[in-house]
Design a protein around this ligand. Sequence first.
Ligand code: HMG
Ligand code: MG
Length: 301
Amino acid sequence: MDLKGRRVTVVEVGPRDGLQNEHVTVATADKIEFVNRLSAANLRVIEVSAFVSPKWVPQMADAADVFAGITRRPGTRYTALVPNLAGLDRALDAGVSEIAVFAASTETFSRKNINQSIAESLSTYRQVCDRAHAAGLRVRGYLSTAFGCPFEGAVAPERVAEVAARIVDLGVFEVSVSDTIGIAHPGQVPHVLDAVLARVPVEKVALHFHDTRGTALANVLTSLPFGINTFDASAGGLGGCPYAPGAAGNLATEDLIYMLDGLGIETGVSLNAVTEASAFIESTLDHRLPSRYSQAIRSKA
Ligand code: HMG
Ligand code: MG
């Protein structure tokens, strides 16, 4: 399949999905610098933080300060997770213009992550979406455990499609079908996509792969012929999920850009600048980041 000239949107989730799982508390000023560097790399969608309970995810407690400190480039969307109306209030106070709600395909994960059943969460999100839309915000949806659950194991594609459709019914502009624990592989991805695309228009579907088993890039490559044009990634491959045992980093943004550049797919993102942003955030942490592209570049230096 000739993919040259196709445009793909990369949603940078490093400052949120990446940092939320780091044990070292990253200084607010460093988070701001990281987001500004990602903006400079021309990433056009950056998930900056999460207005979740600081008791649940302490690393995201400074969401409002991070939003107050970043330089917002015109044309770039700066987003944040919102779990409930209290989170929406905080996001509105911070002047956020796009948020994301996050539901799960499996009951146990939903309970562990947000302390609600799937049905309860969708009813909470109905209120969040209605109020957010009335305030002029765009809302994205996530669907976790779409390729497997750390607690319940395999998940039927029809179930994933059913919850994805219910999320889209909330009025979100897109649902990011997520491989929370990095278990998806190219033999499975087509089955999940066939089921989801039977219920949700392709332009409303994004994919969010974690790279726990090294299959994230292969999964992207498998998804491109289905017409998926939005992929989530995190600089350096930062990340995980504090409520998903075994969730490793997200697909690394620079690894994704390197592959997409090679395929002639346009993203507008500067590979060098993302790699520099990764090196910066790595310098604030107590371990190396897993991006293969960054490791290759540094071993040459
Ligand atoms: P709860 O304990 O059931 O709710 O948590 P609560 O209403 O009893 O609140 C507990 C305390 O938090 C209260 O404070 C609230 O006021 C406060 P207290 O009275 O004890 O002093 N609180 C808040 N504070 C600030 N902002 C808020 C907020 N809400 C309540 N918005 C809740 C329920 C949903 C709040 C909690 O479970 C939560 O915050 N969960 C978020 C967990 C999380 O962030 N997980 C990671 C993100 S999801 C993910 O990574 C997956 C994804 O990447 C896709 C994938 O890979 O699958 C998106
Ligand atoms: Mg994630």
